[in-house]
Design a protein around this ligand. Structure first.
Ligand code: PLP
Length: 384
């Protein structure tokens, strides 16, 4: 899967499409091209596949098929929940979320605040990068419209106890949404057992295609549509469904159903190997991920500026030139690099935050990738 000698370790950004997924999509890009809303044979075949995929995902997360709505991905799902639950403005005007959410949540909150006066209240992370459910509970009050807390942080891999948060929300009858983009496919998600009212997920993090995802919304939760148009998705999301991508999503979830445990074992093996490799120079960095709290496919480290004699961009360039793809602790905002808000929230100064690398492991990585990566990182750090 890796092309020539490149090493792709940025699987939390996106995963390569599994060849079996690609194969499953092909007929839907050629002979099975019908519009699922058409009532002739062309449409019916597409419609059957669409509904089979809904059934499959519902079974996978243990909800009813009518509680699954296909979207264009995590961002749209999150927008659907946050805007849909807040609008039109009513007496309640607060949404509780965390300061380490993905931009899909934070920017939607900014939009709702600016345009509709919805007040975001942010819970800050603990030192270990997790959100304390007790702090969420403390903020719940009469004005709370809903709560949205991510399951797994995309930069650190740290998991949140969303079951506990859901319990607190339930005790006050407040809807709870969780961004599960990074946990879907990395751990078992049983929405009934977790007690969440809504989750968002995306196919391109689970070896499926980009531009397709879903939102689960408990049938008892009322929310406004984000998109208006045709009567697709039981009148909740207008627009002709992305059938080839849904066929790919179906295959990606089928594979998870039979192979997720193996994937997790594989991530754990590579994770242990990576940690052993990094251990040789552990005095140079802070580990942002947690051995016990993080998913095994994400490792984030921040180098102490005082201990490395170049900036993080140089480190990145060196790794990139050597064919290594990892992610950093910065985001490109208006054309300039800014330290990531997550690293800042963890208490890192700007230089340390910028000197962060996130290594995220995937199904197609091999132990050899890790051996080569550790060597190339050491070389980039001037240790070899
Ligand atoms: N939420 C998290 C935690 C993510 O990591 C991402 C993608 O990186 C998203 C939301 C957005 O998902 P999508 O790319 O499908 O819009």
């Amino acid at each position: 899967m890796q092309s020539n000698d490149k090493i792709y370790l940025d699987n939390a950004a996106t995963t390569p499409v599994d060849p079996r997924v690609f194969e499953a999509m092909q007929p839907y890009l050629t002979e099975i091209f019908g519009n699922p809303s058409s009532i002739h044979q062309y449409g019916k075949i597409a419609k059957v596949m669409l509904e089979d995929t809904r059934d499959l995902i519902a079974e996978f997360i243990r909800c009813k098929p009518k509680e699954i709505f296909f979207t264009s991905g995590g961002t749209e799902s999150i927008n659907t929940f946050l805007k849909g639950i807040s609008l039109p403005p009513g007496e309640k005007n607060c949404i509780i979320t965390s300061s380490i959410e993905h931009m899909a949540v934070l920017e939607t909150m900014n939009y709702l605040n600016k345009n509709f006066n919805v007040i975001p209240r942010y819970v800050k992370p603990e030192r270990n990068g997790s959100i304390d459910p007790g702090e969420v509970l403390d903020l719940l009050d009469e004005a709370t419209i809903a709560v949205s807390i991510m399951h797994v942080n995309n930069e650190t891999g740290v998991k949140n106890d969303i079951k506990k948060i859901a319990e607190h929300c339930k005790s006050k009858n407040i809807p709870f949404h969780s961004d599960t983009v990074q946990s879907f496919g990395k751990m078992d998600i049983n929405v009934k057992e977790l007690g969440v009212d809504s989750i968002s997920a995306s196919a391109h993090k689970i070896y499926g295609p980009k531009g397709i995802g879903f939102i689960y919304v408990n049938e008892n939760i009322r929310y406004e549509n984000l998109l208006h148009g045709g009567s697709q998705e039981r009148n909740k999301r207008g627009g002709t469904e992305n059938i080839p991508a849904i066929a790919g999503f179906q295959k990606a979830v089928e594979i998870l159903k039979s192979e997720m445990e193996n994937d997790i074992k594989h991530y754990k093996t590579l994770h242990a190997q990576l940690m052993t490799g990094l251990n040789d120079f552990s005095q140079l960095f802070i580990l942002n991920s947690s051995e016990y709290l993080s998913v095994p496919n994400i490792v984030s480290i921040s180098f102490y500026k005082s201990k490395i004699n170049f900036d993080s961009e140089t480190l990145f360039m060196k790794l990139d030139i050597d064919g290594v793809a990892v992610s950093g602790g910065s985001a490109c905002t208006s054309g300039s690099l800014k330290p990531s808000h997550v690293m800042q929230e963890l208490g890192h100064d700007n230089e340390t935050a910028m000197a962060t690398i996130r290594i995220s492991l995937g199904r197609f990585n091999t132990p050899d990738d890790i051996v080569r990566f550790v060597k190339l990182l050491k070389k980039a750090l001037g240790l070899l």
